[in-house]
Design a protein around this ligand. Sequence first.
Ligand code: AMP
Length: 215
Amino acid sequence: MNIILLGPPGAGKGTQAQRLVERHGMRQLSTGDMLRAAVKAGTPTGLEAKAVMERGELVSDAIVSALIGDELDAMGADTGAIFDGYPRTAAQAESLDAILSARGRKLDHVVELEVDEEALVERITGRFTCATCGKGYHDTFERPKVDGVCDKCGGTEFKRRPDDNAETVRTRLAEYRAKTAPILPIYEARGIVAKVDGMADMDHVTAAIEGALRT
Ligand code: AMP
């Protein structure tokens, strides 16, 4: 099964993708994660993407589509893909169709996480992750049980994304509205979109997604 998790930054795409990975052995393909890894490694792609990401704007369609193609080639043909943060433009949506069909895959579901935009700034600016295992936390909604110690791995170092500040988040939300939200009708016309309330608590969101994938 190949699915897209669609929704603005902070909607919970990454969290829900990780849950699907754990439950179903699917693979999460997050272009944001791939780009952050490229920036960290200092690859040519990373060097090109760094400043664009810091401004909250979109990296070029060609770069992200190439990353997705390479990741798909590196995974087993039977492993399902969860596209998280891709596609983000009409051109990327078109590329994804070509990328999938060239590999004998098809898109089964697009899950749209519907959220209240006002809540997103607080969600995003408060989030941080364990630097060791990547577990996600939030200043207000999910602090570690013992301050400064990761619940999952005991790590004591945490990190925040440089683009998770209020100003950049506004740009990221504007990019979503202008370039990403308009691709929904493409998938609605194919009858493969399920809308899920992304403001519900995480377990309810997971259950709703699971339900949508069974239809
Ligand atoms: P994310 O982790 O999905 O929030 O992505 C972080 C940043 O990486 C975005 O604000 C963009 O600058 C860039 N990015 C991630 N995915 C894409 C994409 N599909 N198209 C263009 N830029 C992207």
